[in-house]
Ligand binder design. Sequence first.
Ligand SMILES: [Zn+2]
Length: 597
Amino acid sequence: MPDDKAIQAAQEMEKKLATEKAQSTAVQTDPKAETAEEKKASSDLKEGEDKSAAAMGNMSNINREFQEKSVLKQAESLNLPYVNIGKTPLNPDFLKLIDVETARKARIIPFFRTGKKVRVAVQDTNNSDTQASIKALQDKGYEVNINLASSSGIDDALNIYTQTQKYKKLEIVETVEQKSIKTYEKEIAGLKELTTKLDTVTAEEGLNLLDVGAIKTGASDVHYEPSEKSVTVRFRIDGVLHKVFEIKPDTYRRIANQLKYSSHMQLNVTTVPQDGRYDFKFNEQRIAVRVSSIPTPYTESFVCRYLPSEEIALSFEDLGFQSLALAKLQKVCSISHGMVLVTGPTGSGKTTTLYSILGKMNTPEAKIITLEDPVEYNLHGITQSQIDEKRDYDFAKGLRAILRQDPDIVMLGEIRDLETAQTASQAALTGHVVLSTLHTNSAIETIPRLVNMGLPPFMIGPSLNTIIAQRLVRKVCPKCTTMEPISDSAKKEFEAIMTTLKNVNSGDVVVVPEKVPTAHGCDECSQTGYKGRLVICEVLTINNALKDLILNKSSLVDMIGVARKEGMITMKEDGFIKVAQGLTTLEEVYRVTNVLD
Ligand SMILES: [Zn+2]
């Protein structure tokens, strides 16, 4: 799997290089990205031989162009490929093939690799040092493809090399040690203090501080948003973005470079979006960080998603499923065929619910294959496959491939189009369990959505087993929450909902509360008033009565009537029940149920 990914990344890069060569436009090295400290480090190593792009004026740009053209001609006469190495994206992983001192001496840059094939840029094929390092690669079993490059180009690339080496040195402290966690804990006690701390520590330590800060506050994502004079850092905690602090552009540049280095992004590429990944250890837990960058007018903006990489097997109760909804979900785990759909907008916890169902279905007898975009958690005993639209491996194609692997249970990240919907319901009709997600506002709306996609009702009814619509509400902080008398308007709404619920046989005990939770904020909950999240949901079982209604293209109103008879309560009703139980606030329920996707 990692090999596949590497090859795929390499192939993408090859494509990129090819187009770049054809268009002769290239990604520029951003001279601003180099801080004073880095300049010093690189000039120390460069022994006074400073030809950095930043130092070059207009005249030298013209000279440079001339130089590149003449090297191109020279390459043609030698029957060698030419590479404009100064403008080629350099990947630290490829650079590692030759150590920096050797590269400097031999004027050679390894800039591309797939498996055992390496492409190197050299200044002079007759140089004995160059020949020696090519031979060293060949002795290691590499097939070496030699490309001619200009002397200035090699200098520019060596510059990047030096930066990479510098980060490599820092990288030695890759994991956050127990001892330093204690120190960090104090640092992060007031996250606001982090901003001054970041100015004084190394880039590596700075990133560690931010990682620990994210984990300790329970943030799922950290957003770095540069503007002209500062960079805003926001943490997404329990689904809501909080502005944590601002950092200075200089400090940010160092951290951004470290982030790119750690996540194996190309350091000298600043004008196109990149994706990467790294992981670190915290309290014996390995945490993966998925990093994505986009170019902005003020350097790059990053979003880091923190993913605990260990198996997640949350119980339905832990997620917030109760009474009849819980019973229905437990029943779903033992079905032998049929489609189970979880619906809701992005960030509504659909994947977690699917994973929990999968966790329950995961027995040694069952063959389970997933198709995800991307794989977020590693599940033991399950074959996980990642779609890649760029390589034409989409949900529809992937699903057909998966079905040839004789699975019992298939999990599909999302149903986006008719082709996928058709293949999925076909699979459900032919004896497979198919789990997937869909973007709809409510459980019942899933049916017209599938119809509108073009799936015929005679396939929808028989293939559908259960639809779960859900949202996530934040749980109130147990330390600082108080119970306050309910307002008159809220009480009225409560009473109306409770009256409805009395007529629905959902198994929920319903009483209008005198007092409801009110969020405040304390150290325990990072001043948000909330800690953790739970599901509010509606679970619709497609019984025979509903199947008939679907076949007969009956109205939604009729379908809702049948669903109600069968005990379905709505997400909003479930939310009100959870407010009455003191788990969340009315504000939270309104927030998530009023948003239409
Ligand atoms: Zn609190």
